[in-house]
Design a protein. Sequence first.
Length: 104
Amino acid sequence: MSWVYLLLAGGFEVAWAQSLKPTDGFTRPLPTLICFVLGVTGVYFLTLALRELPTGTGYAVFTGIGCIGAVSLGIVVHGDAVTAWRLLAIALIVAGVVAARVST
């Protein structure tokens, strides 16, 4: 169940990262509230996952999911450039997340 919690935490991490820009520097109340709720919810699920997983593994996977999701959404939704280096970086992060999963 800890890996399910970790995947949920990672999903909220991705949503949280996407919710930062609409806050306009935390000057818009509703987007700011949404941003804080997403962030706290992500960390909550992370703490549930860390009941059984090593902290280093859990946090690395959590941030890896957030990074992969943020970059992927940037490419798909926001039209960010697709470069060989960016794709290589994503592939390396995915490999790291898979290695962390296999090692626990």
